[in-house]
Design a protein around this ligand. Structure first.
Ligand SMILES: Nc1ncnc2c1ncn2[C@@H]1O[C@H](COP(=O)(O)OP(=O)(O)O)[C@@H](O)[C@H]1O
Ligand SMILES: [Mg+2]
Length: 608
């Protein structure tokens, strides 16, 4: 690193000067007026950076773009603001980089690669949106109150909220067609009594900004009593996640983190999906960018992208931008939550973010903690996952009869080196998250997908009441029976390994048989094809059918029938085909199959 030999000029209009460059981290001398986490413009190309340390007149900046070509003495200018996102209509369907620059627009303006320092407005300034006011002149409004709405996509009303730092009386407001930066309303804000004497008139627009590192406030947290339905049997039935909850998907290379995250993005019953591709190989993200726009939304007419926001930050983009992409994503998620929607954010992979923190920390020559990660790694992870939640929104108790509620569910993939879950990112993440979907290398190798291991995974969310009320009274009973059988099967398989299958009693052989059914006919679910999404009601009847078969087998062998005789190949084949049941006929099909099984077992009895 070079060191300044000339004294700095302390004139405010002078830019700072680069004194050292180490990868994405640069040191700057004489950056006047910058605060910690302010955005700065670096070099002649005005690359985007963020101040991450201040010591005296020296600032350390992480740059979100390729720093090749920067030189000592190049200018660095303070922007006077923290890293912010633009929030307003036009986010849905958007594809952005880590600092919310629209990728398609950048590509059009600068060719295929993102040019450095590319200045493209974050949200489309030209597009016109129809605004319908929901308050009138003279109304008093508070932070977060709904001013009006814009039909952003056919099935989702974008609620325009009073900015979270403002309250006052509506002076003017009008319906009409507006661009994002046009004035849609004016607000009379009372003097703050702190030097101000006269009321201010503040213009309001369809667009707002918010600093990404600051969680958006809400009125209060609510209980998490409703599941995020994912359509994945192993998740919804065995390890469900609540709307507003958080989960991690740790797994070694090739175990299915990306496929699982993408399934969740496609099928989860959230109103809005934010998908953050963080530091993974470029071609994985390219695949997302190409495949998502082709997909139909399973719940609404129109493309899946209508409810999706993609944030792409791949491994060929600068390391520091990974952190920005995580914060940009969560802030956008909170914004839709504040409108009263259920939002789910998938981040693939949080390990790449952690590794970026480690790299930047190394450049800062900080004292390393576990495995070289900075000592603040656990705090950063916790702060991120704590931004999940089911909340009563600011302004949510006013105006409308129903309090406005929203949720942010966070699901982070973790890529532990060698698939070893004892490493710091897995360990610190699992402390602040409620569900753990452990991908297993061995299952993936045997092509049991999703490779979420039923014995190593868990959930802390108790959603029994919802499932019993909305799906079936026996939901929890089913789930307990299935978990118990899988547990018993695991123990018995260990015994078999030691002493062989002959040592098992017939009733134990039944458990092995049913355990296999549970694994192969219920837990296995291909992400590709018609079985990719399985609604809870179908999950219930599939499981019920297997458990019914267990009771029949168990009682038959207890009566002295040989297991071989009790196993009917035709019935087993039909159980293996349950995944093909049309959802609306699941109950009917289940009863038909169970009745056929009853009859077959009754016949067995008379043959005894
Ligand atoms: N639910 C699933 N259904 C079918 N195949 C799967 C499933 N999950 C993973 N796979 C298979 O595993 C491969 C690797 O998955 P991927 O998500 O890319 O792993 P990771 O992101 O953990 O490295 C996929 O290409 C696919 O063949
Ligand atoms: Mg992957």
């Amino acid at each position: 690193m070079t060191h300044s030999s000339t004294p700095t000029t302390n004139e405010p209009d002078q830019p700072g000067r680069i004194r050292g460059i180490a990868g994405a981290v640069i040191t700057v001398q004489g950056l006047i007026g910058a605060r910690l986490y302010d955005v700065v413009h670096v070099g002649h190309e005005r690359l985007i950076g963020e101040v991450i340390r201040l010591t005296g007149t020296r600032a350390t900046v992480q740059v979100y773009e390729d720093t090749t070509g920067l030189r000592a003495d190049d200018p660095v200018e303070a922007s006077g603001a923290a890293l912010q996102v633009e929030l307003g209509p036009g986010l849905l369907g958007g594809v952005f980089d880590g600092v919310q620059r629209p990728l398609p627009a950048i590509r059009r303006a600068h060719g295929d690669f993102i040019a450095r320092g590319a200045r493209v407005a974050q949200l489309d300034r030209q597009r016109v949106w129809p605004f319908r006011p929901l308050v009138q002149p003279g109304d008093r409004v508070q932070p977060g109150d709904v001013l009006g709405e814009v039909a952003e996509v056919p099935h989702l009303m974008h609620r325009i909220l009073v900015p979270l730092h403002l309250s006052g009386t509506i002076e003017t407001i009008s319906a009409g067609e507006f661009r994002l930066t046009d004035t849609i309303a004016t607000l009379r804000v009372a003097p703050d009594g702190d030097g101000e004497t006269a009321a201010r008139i503040v213009p309001l627009t369809l667009m707002q900004r918010w600093p990404v590192r600051q969680p958006r406030p809400y009125l209060r947290k609510l209980d998490m009593d409703e599941p995020l339905i994912t359509g994945q049997r192993v998740i919804d039935t065995l390890f469900p996640i609540a709307k507003g909850g958080s989960a991690i998907i740790p797994g070694g290379f090739g175990t299915g983190k990306t496929v699982t995250q993408q399934s969740l993005a496609k099928w989860s019953d959230a109103d809005v999906i934010v998908y953050v591709g963080c530091g993974e190989r470029g071609n994985e993200m390219t695949e997302v960018l190409q495949s998502f726009p082709q997909l139909e939304d399973p719940r609404h007419d129109g493309p899946l992208m209508n409810r999706t926001i993609l944030i792409a930050n791949t491994s060929n983009m600068p390391v520091a931008a990974r952190e920005a992409s995580i914060y940009t994503g969560i802030t956008i998620a909170e914004y839709y939550r504040d409108m009263g929607y259920d939002v789910a954010l998938m981040a693939d992979s949080t390990s790449r973010w952690g590794e970026a923190l480690r790299e930047v920390s190394g450049r800062l020559e900080e004292i390393p903690g576990e495995e070289g990660f900075p000592a603040y790694l656990p705090a950063r992870l916790a702060e991120f996952y704590e931004r999940s939640g089911h909340v009563c929104c600011l302004g949510g108790d006013r105006g409308t009869a129903e309090p406005r509620r929203g949720s942010v569910t966070l699901i982070g993939a973790v890529s532990p080196p060698g698939g070893d879950f004892s490493e710091p990112i897995t360990q610190h993440s699992l402390r602040t998250t409620g569900a753990f979907w452990a991908l297993d290398t061995d299952l993936a190798r045997r092509r049991h997908f999703p490779a979420i291991h039923w014995r190593n995974s868990y959930t802390l969310y108790d959603l029994t009441r919802w499932f019993r009320g909305q799906v079936h009274d026996d939901w929890e009973l089913n789930r307990r029976e299935a978990s118990g059988l899988l547990q018993r099967e695991g123990e018995l398989l260990e015994t078999v390994q030691l002493v062989g299958a002959d040592a098992l009693a017939e009733t134990e052989q039944v458990i092995l048989q049913v355990g296999r059914m549970l694994r192969e006919d219920f837990l296995q679910q291909s992400a590709f094809g018609a079985d990719a999404y399985c609604p809870p009601v179908k999950q219930f009847w599939m499981l019920k059918t297997i458990l019914h078969h267990f009771y029949l087998l168990d009682s038959a062998v207890r009566r002295g029938v040989h297991l071989d005789r009790a196993l009917d190949p035709a019935l087993l084949a039909d159980i293996a085909r349950m995944r093909e049941w049309p959802t609306e006929r699941a109950e009917e099909e289940a009863y038909a199959l169970m009745e056929r099984a009853d009859a077959a077992f009754l016949a067995l009895r008379s043959n005894d």
